[in-house]
Design a protein around this ligand. Structure first.
Ligand code: PMP
Length: 288
């Protein structure tokens, strides 16, 4: 079934949606994006995603799209039109098209940002399928991304390559490693659990400030779990009691293997399971 998508003020069948070949997100990856999950037809952590979008735009000196104030309504309308019960809303803002290719940013008075949104239906998102049942395997890969990973840009070639490296190695994802320490996953934040303590890298420009990360850490602290925000090594991960990843599209997935080494007894751990449960319960209460 053809989706209805949103492009610069219009709701269109996906096959009729068009942007210029000169759009800067196409030519320069000069764009930022957000992915918001939908459960029971409602948006999770919407305010967090909107706030991070605003920050990404500010950091890149990119104009807010004219429809910025209508984003909640646009998200909701797409969810409704496409009858999304469980799924995702993808949003992308680019610096627009100056009608030619030029490295220099176009004049924002003249060239307006491009705003695109579309939905992805993901039945079974709450359950999480095999990843939640059996856990996922990760391999470590060098983190050679740029130095502003806190900005959610559409430069996703290396993360895509990482997913392929994982696939070729018979794994599901990667832990990116810089200076001997894990930064994050290819499209998620990374955590280990040791002696009941949840350890995840501190916020900086080296990682994306995950919206799910913020919520999960808040819920963990509220549940009196101990949290330490610091970098950890692959070896520490291999010797941890358990590990997990978080993102808007996975919520919490347990990690059961790092570079071929099984964690604990090689099955999903209780802390990850508990955090997934709390995250889903609490986030659904504030879903809009
Ligand atoms: N790190 C990276 C590199 C990501 O791409 C993502 C997901 N977009 C995350 C972390 C998790 O962020 P969030 O919880 O906001 O989805």
């Amino acid at each position: 079934m053809s989706r209805t998508v949103y492009v610069n003020g219009e709701y269109l069948p996906e096959e009729d949606a068009k942007i210029s070949i000169f759009d800067r997100s196409f030519l320069m990856a000069d764009g930022v994006y957000e992915v918001t999950s939908v459960l029971g037809g409602k948006l999770l952590d919407f305010d967090g995603h909107l706030a991070r979008l605003e920050r990404s735009l500010t950091e890149l000196d990119m104009e807010k799209p004219e429809a910025f104030g209508d984003l909640l309504e646009i998200h909701r309308k797409l969810v409704e039109l496409n009858e999304i019960d469980e799924g995702l809303v993808y949003l992308q803002v680019s610096r627009g098209s100056a009608g030619d290719r030029d490295f220099v940013f176009p004049d924002p008075e003249v060239v307006k940002p491009t705003l695109v949104l579309f939905t992805q239906s993901k039945p079974g998102l709450t359950q999480g399928g095999a990843a939640v049942q059996n856990g996922i395997k990760v391999i470590s890969v060098e983190d050679i991304r740029w130095g502003r990973r806190d900005i959610k840009t559409t430069q996703l070639l290396y993360p895509s390559m990482c997913k392929m490296m994982a696939k070729q190695a018979g794994a599901d994802d990667v832990f990116l490693v810089e200076d001997g320490k894990v930064t994050e996953g290819s499209s998620n934040n990374a955590y280990i659990v040791k002696d009941g303590k949840i350890i995840t890298r501190h916020l900086s420009n080296d990682i994306l400030h995950g919206i799910t990360r913020a919520a999960v850490l808040r819920f963990a602290r509220e549940a009196q779990m101990e949290v330490e925000e610091r970098a950890f090594t692959v070896e520490e991960a291999q010797n941890a009691d358990e590990a997990f990843i978080t993102s808007a599209s996975t919520f919490v997935f347990p990690v059961v293997e790092v570079d071929g080494a099984k964690l604990g007894d090689g099955t999903p751990g209780p802390v990850a399971a508990r955090l997934r449960e709390i995250y889903l319960d609490e986030s659904l209460k504030t879903a809009i």
